[in-house]
Design a protein around this ligand. Sequence first.
Ligand code: GTP
Ligand code: MG
Length: 595
Amino acid sequence: MKRIALLGMPNTGKSTFFNRLTGASAKVGNWPGITVDLLRADILLGSEMVEVVDLPGIYNLHGFAEDEKVARTFLEEQPVDLLAVIVNATQLDRQLALVLQLQSLGQPMVLLLNMIDEATRLGIRIDSERLARELGIPVVAISAKHGMGMDLARRTLARALADAHPARHADIEKTFSEDDAIEARLEQVLADTVEVPLNASDRLTDRLDAVLLHPWLGLPLFFLAMLGMFEAVYTLGAPLQDGVAWLLETIKRDAVTPAVAHWDPLLRSFLLDGLFDGIGTILSFLPIIVLFFLFMAIIEDSGYMSRAAFLMDAFMSRLGLDGRAFVMQLMGFGCNVPALMGTRVMRSRGLRLLTMLIIPFSLCSARLQVFVFFTTAIFEPWAAPLVLFSLYLFSFGAAFLTAILYRRRLGGDEPLLLELPPYRFPTLRQMWLRGWREVTHFLREASGFILLGVVLVWALTHFPTGVPVAGDQTLAGRMAAFFAPLMEPLGIDHLMTIALLFGFVAKEVVLGAMAVIYGVGEGELAGIVSHRIDWVQAYSFMLFVLIYTPCLSTVAVLRQESRSWRFTALAVGWPLLLAWTVSFVFYQTARWLGF
Ligand SMILES: Nc1nc2c(ncn2[C@@H]2O[C@H](COP(=O)(O)OP(=O)(O)OP(=O)(O)O)[C@@H](O)[C@H]2O)c(=O)[nH]1
Ligand SMILES: [Mg+2]
């Protein structure tokens, strides 16, 4: 099969184009370095099947960051038939050098001038026919986001591919010698083909930045925006979640329970209390998660993340980190895994490791489920969003404390050149793609890890048979008894300890485990829990869930990205210790104060 590689600088819209072309839902965001790994998809182009590969952005063929290495290694090791080079049409002056450099690889190439909508708005005029003549390659102006020029782009790619000579590997070494010649040619080509008006600045962006990047107002506004987002997720999400829970209860009561009434009791319990309640409880939080990711998509796509990096950079530097680390923390609010991989854009290993050490404290969406559940079950409606927000503050607190403690051993300084992209807003299509991505991701996880976790919890709390479910005599009860001396000073009883043990696998399992332990769905679970524990215990439990070891996937990625077992052990062990200490101090102080 023939192969097309999408190449270009970061944040030029490669993944957006990839999604348009292939119908995939690769992650898109207004931040350089969203894609850090290869993505492939097969499509029918013209009359033949071709493989399209989306690559991380590169500034230069000779770059050394992990993400740039991904693109380079790919070019060197995999034969490519056609390079589709994507540039931001508003920044041709800065991006054309890479095009010329890629051209010196001597491979067939098509140039796509993306974001032509923005260029037109700024009054930038590009003579693409002349550009094509001067470069000797086909040039197509497109807007991947709005779908302009896509047909022509498809046809041009198909034609170029048909004409292309057999694929071969790229010889990147060869291109070093040509860098000087490129400089000289660049000026000429630009002068011939691009016309930029004197004041080609984005007025909306300038006006927004005057407020949002204000020296005093900037940060308070940022935190206000965050608070607003959590309130919105909570207010919009809670009724949706109740709806799903109600639906699941109804299905269980009226359809599933009668259907299995004559089954063997153990099998019935496995199906109803294990699978249905476990998975169902987790599923009922799906609307909140999707909603949360939609808001994240707006923040990521608007370009506000770059502003957050800018605003927080000075503060983060004191912790041995930089503004990018803060953005990775924010990304970690969605899921820690892509945030950890996102650290590939950092060149200094120390800085990267320190950032990787703090990301797992980011309150990811799986933990959000647990907290939404407990805050709704235990706290007054007015207090619930504030309790949730306080957990976000603890999340930052734990991360910053960790950075302070480890900045001498890890940490590093690497000048941060931050580019502030213009504000952009996601289209409905992009939001839909994002929501869909998260749903499928969740279902994939749920069908593996989470299912396994729930089944295990059921088995451990139901065997040996003949004793009370989840009682002291069961396997789970004995495991919990073993940890009791450690967990009782935190106000965490043995049933909650079991849930925590399984939270190691994935935080979603914590709630699933509790549903299985009590043998009820999400709807009834809240009532039971609010009878068994008070708010001090609940908060202590939440603090523990927030800080202790992230899920297995996170541990796996920590190991894969750091390539060090020692670091992985630290990244697992330290949060455990911190979680225990924080919960202990909180619980004992609260009790001492008489709560
Ligand atoms: N106005 C406009 N914005 C676009 C267009 N194409 C992409 N964008 C936006 O540009 C930003 C970057 O898009 P991505 O597709 O993530 O860019 P990328 O090149 O894959 O970036 P990296 O993976 O970080 O290298 C997003 O905010 C997109 O919505 C376009 O044609 N017009
Ligand atoms: Mg990308």
